[in-house]
Design a protein around this ligand. Structure first.
Ligand code: GAP
Length: 532
């Protein structure tokens, strides 16, 4: 599937627009149009319904306790000190002194012709390396051109296959950085050593813009959940294991926002922090990996494009004991890319917040204590035992953390199809009916003989329960095509026969089959078809 075609359809039909486009846009920010906002809402609602209100039964068939939360975006900045974001939420960055561009060091590759010559055992005339941005075709082309030009100058041919290495591995050797030509310049020695760069957006709370009043736009929703752990526990009397879920905006000053909405600077997360007994954490880690993969497949993501990938030890975030990325094969990349991370965070976050806030964030397992307390006859020994594991402890956390925008993009990529119908090429968005922005369209075949009146009555009835669309403009074939592009799964048409026998046609977006059903049964049929 051609990404450019999808981007163009998304703009033309009102799924996704560039933010503040009339002013030339702003890199890494996107707006959802009338169809896009419905699609993304349906995704978030499906997640809330299936994970918060009605999560699948646990590994032993038990009910899962899950509650929701909606925290503020700006929190006390100490939250981000405790979480490790102030100290460590950074990517090593490389600046170009000439072009003033900034790159993530791990995203830069170099064409290194001398290395290829050395590996063949010959001396090399090359003393230049040509940097480009990973997975960016234009950047690679430009680096190759620069290398070819330089090769001509020194009378050397660019080796085949192209010798490509990560910049970070090359510059471990002394003096190499001075030979690198940056991705957006023609001369060497303009790139700096990699430096840490904090990805959090900063702001100031109140009138005075000084260090004391500095605050951050949250880079993840998770910390709001940890900061509220005690509030939720005390107010809802939940017992382990239980989860707290939140959907909300997160902000990261990404260095290379790219691949459409895939890596944005403002995005929405759908996160669960699932608190459990440390001895049961591996069981819950497995449970959440399975549940989350199944959820994507149930909503129409084909299993051959979806894969779980266990992160290597060197990839793990500072808080994680183990993480499985759920990846999707997007059309813009040869390798599957992260849709969601399911992380085993151990006791890291609650321990950190307990230390930094000075508040007790332990859990007391009352059932276990009531079961065992008679074992302790000495009151002092009983008091001592009661204050420790296995009765009082910091729960472990399993975190399925999904991106609402990334999944929206995956749904758009997965849905896009072009097919030949007779002489015509039909573009159709094959959304799962639960996610489709418009559930059904209602058409009068012609604008006379009482057809519009019947169609409007049906439309008004259906719109109480569903997002439906009324269209009486142009030939009916063209109206069907417009709905195919919007991904509307069903169209109901009021025609001449309706006037005689009160039946209408229902047309299926995917099979293109049409059948008749009584007007009075349309609402029930739609309810049936859209039931999860
Ligand atoms: N609380 C854990 C956490 O935030 P993460 O892997 O950094 O983990 C979780 O983010 C999910 O959020 C990712 O799997 C992705 O879906 C989404 N996400 C992260 N950064 C993003 C970005 N720059 N643009 C769009 N989505 C992003």
């Amino acid at each position: 599937m051609d990404m450019e075609k999808l981007v163009s359809l998304c703009r033309r039909r009102g799924f996704i627009f560039q933010s503040s486009e009339i002013y030339g846009g702003i890199n890494g920010f996107w707006d959802y149009g009338p169809l896009g906002v419905e699609l993304k809402r349906n995704i978030k609602e499906a997640w809330w319904q299936d994970m918060v209100r009605n999560p699948p039964p646990g590994p032993d068939g038990q009910e899962i306790s899950m509650v929701g939360l909606d925290c503020s975006i700006i929190m006390n900045p100490n939250v981000w000190v405790a979480s490790g974001h102030v100290g460590g939420f950074a990517d090593p960055m490389v600046d170009c002194k000439e072009s003033k561009k900034r790159y993530r060091a791990d995203q830069l590759l170099v064409i290194h012709p001398a290395e290829a010559d050395h590996q063949k055992g010959s001396d090399s005339a090359w003393n230049r390396l040509f940097a480009f941005i990973k997975e960016d075709e234009d950047s690679l082309k430009s680096a190759k051109k620069k290398a070819e030009r330089y090769g001509k100058k020194i009378g050397a041919k660019l080796p085949e296959p192209l010798p490509v290495f990560p910049l970070v591995s090359v510059i471990e050797h002394p003096n190499q950085l001075g030979c690198v030509v940056g991705p957006d310049v023609e001369i060497p020695a303009t790139l700096t050593e990699p430096r840490q760069f904090n990805l959090m957006f900063e702001t100031y709370v109140g009138a005075v813009r000084d260090e004391e009043n500095k605050a951050y736009l949250r880079p993840e929703t998770a910390q709001g959940i940890f900061a509220n752990f005690k509030n939720v526990l005390d107010s809802s009397r939940l017992k382990l294991p239980f989860g707290i879920a939140q959907i909300g905006k997160a902000f990261r000053n990404e260095i290379n926002p790219r691949n459409y909405t895939f890596r944005s600077r403002e995005f929405e997360q759908m996160e669960i922090e699932f608190f459990c007994h440390p001895d049961e954490s591996m069981k819950w880690y497995q449970y959440w990996r399975d549940v989350r993969i199944k959820w994507y497949t149930q909503l129409g993501i084909k299993s051959d494009k979806l894969r779980p990938r266990e992160q290597g030890k060197e990839e793990l975030a500072h808080y994680s004991i183990g993480t499985t990325d759920i990846e999707y094969l997007f059309p813009f990349s040869d390798e599957p890319q992260e849709l969601e991370g399911v992380a085993h965070r151990g006791a890291f976050d609650l321990t950190q917040h307990q230390q930094h806030s000075g508040k007790d964030l332990t859990y007391f397992d009352e059932d276990a204590w009531l079961r065992d307390k008679d074992k302790y006859s000495d009151p002092d020994a009983a008091k001592e035992a009661k204050s420790k594991f296995p009765y009082r402890f910091i729960p472990h956390v399993i975190e399925p953390s999904a991106g609402a925008d990334r999944f929206t993009l995956a749904v758009l990529c997965e849905a896009y199809a072009e097919e030949q119908v007779g002489e015509e090429t039909r573009t159709v968005m094959r959304f799962h009916p639960r996610l489709a922005p418009i559930k059904a369209a209602i058409f009068p075949l012609v604008n006379k003989d009482g057809m519009p009146e019947i169609a409007q009555k049906l439309y008004r009835e259906l719109k109480c329960d569903f997002n439906v669309f009324y269209d009486d403009k142009g030939a009916v074939g063209r109206r069907y095509r417009r709905q195919d592009e919007a991904g509307t799964p069903y169209c109901f048409t009021i025609d001449g026969q309706t006037l005689q026998d009160r039946t209408v046609t229902i047309r299926d977006r995917d099979t293109l089959k049409q059948e008749r059903l009584p007007l009075t049964e349309v609402a029930n049929r739609l309810h049936e078809l859209l039931r999860p």
